[in-house]
Design a binder for this molecule. Structure first.
Ligand code: GSH
Length: 228
């Protein structure tokens, strides 16, 4: 099994590592322009300079094809050259980081790898809470629960507090090197601006604002700002 994975990794390297290559594009990312989890995958694809086809599909639409690719009915889904699929975003970004040595975003092993994965879990948890709070506000007004929204917002507040404390004055989340932690945190902060703009995280956490400003200068972030 491990060996097959390595072979697929090598194939992928040959197919996708050359942006000027005439090879047909075989990797497809299925997702929407609003999903922050899809954005995370798109940022990684851009940072790693991997060519792919972006197939727009909103899993909330009645005619969505997403459940055929992912029984959970969620995006992103990555369809590989042999038509096998990968989900969710954490699995996809780890796979993408492994198929080419360009701009590594995660060390292959060791404590630093898990420190970065913990940042990603924290940022994705902010997204889960923000998505839940946003969806609650989309329910008919008399069915909405203020307590449910508040519970999610407390998770966001506590997590931003931890991010800010751990970032401190470092240039990037885990120190001097840009990593998957920054991709995940940037996607989460961008989503708060997009869907829960009344959360004034910039005023409370000036260092997160400084990090976010730096991230938004990168083409990978600038080209994937949520729309819709
Ligand atoms: N943990 C998943 C979360 C993916 C997710 O929840 N995606 C949302 C879009 S923002 C979705 O597809 N929702 C459709 C649904 O829940 O039915 C990941 O990281 O990929």
């Amino acid at each position: 099994m491990a060996q097959r994975y390595a072979i697929r990794g090598d194939d992928a390297l040959q197919c996708y590592n050359f942006s000027a290559s005439k090879q047909p594009l075989k990797m497809k990312l299925i997702g929407s322009l609003t999903s922050p989890y899809v954005r995370k995958a798109r940022i990684v694809l851009a940072e790693k300079k991997i060519e792919y086809e972006f197939v727009l599909d909103n899993p909330w639409n009645a005619d969505t094809g997403v459940p055929k690719l992912n029984p959970l009915g969620k995006v992103p889904v990555l369809v590989l050259d042999d038509d096998s699929t990968l989900f969710d975003s954490r699995v996809i970004v780890e796979y993408l980081d492994s198929v080419t040595p360009n701009n590594r975003l995660l060390p292959a092993s060791g404590r630093e790898r898990f420190r970065i994965k913990r940042w990603e879990a924290l940022a994705d948890g902010v997204l889960d809470a923000a998505v839940a709070a946003f969806l609650e506000t989309r329910r008919p007004e008399k069915e909405q629960s203020a307590a449910a929204i508040e519970r999610q917002r407390e998770k966001i507040d506590r997590s931003l507090e931890m991010m800010s404390e751990e970032l401190g004055e470092q240039p990037w989340c885990t120190g001097n090197v840009f990593s998957l932690a920054d991709v995940a945190v940037g996607s989460a902060l961008g989503y708060l601006d997009f869907r829960l703009a009344d959360i004034n995280w910039r005023e409370q956490h000036a260092n997160l604002a400084r990090l976010f400003d730096e991230l938004t200068q990168r083409p990978s972030f600038a080209e994937t700002v949520p729309q819709g």
